[in-house]
Design a protein around this ligand. Sequence first.
Ligand SMILES: [Zn+2]
Length: 253
Amino acid sequence: MSGIQTILENNRQWVATKNAEDPAYFRRMADGQQPKYLFIGCSDSRVPASGITGTGPGEMFVHRNIANMVVHSDMNMLSVLQYAVEVLGVQDIMVVGHYGCGGVAAAASNKQYGLIDNWLTNIRDVVRLHETEFLRIKNEPERLRRLVELNVIEQVRNLAKTNIIQNAMRSEKPPRLHGLVYDIADGVLKDLQVDNDDVMRDMEHIYATEAHDPEEDPGTPPPSEPAAAGHPNGHAHEPAKKPTKEPVPSSDK
Ligand SMILES: [Zn+2]
């Protein structure tokens, strides 16, 4: 037996085992999910999200990509994050890197690998941010291990830059952000102790945003909309109010 037949046979055995252990198991699963955790990890086959965290079906929402990246133009990651935080209400969000990550090693080299080079550029940005520290580490395996850790920390910071996390942090039950590294060589998951208050404070003066409140500031209609005429859909709009304040003269002399 090989290929997909192995997978299907494994599945049949797993179903039989589960049903023998707990006849209500699949009925409970079908009722819905309330996972407490969001796992953002690497696609590497040696880092199974459930296995290394001891969680079972229904306990953890999972997103995986090459080198566990949080990229702000990645609609897949953003959709997972928004759904996990705003709909499922997960309380712990972990970015999980791993030593021996091929994506991180590729980003640290000068070789081309094709399309994936564009994805790996996000890790090269981490190298640029921490170049002074890297240059001090002469031993290459050690430098790569440190890059794995710093990449995880930067991806946690990238989470904090999203309006999804910023809004969630202002809610009654703010989630906690974690940066973890898994060691393939011994199976141990290490907490990098990323301080959430520090991360959010560091983001404040450049990345912090607030949700627009239409009652406080109605704003101006889009320029293509006729100001006083009826809307094509039949909704009449108030004409845009001109600013009542005079422009503030520049203090530069
Ligand atoms: Zn990896």
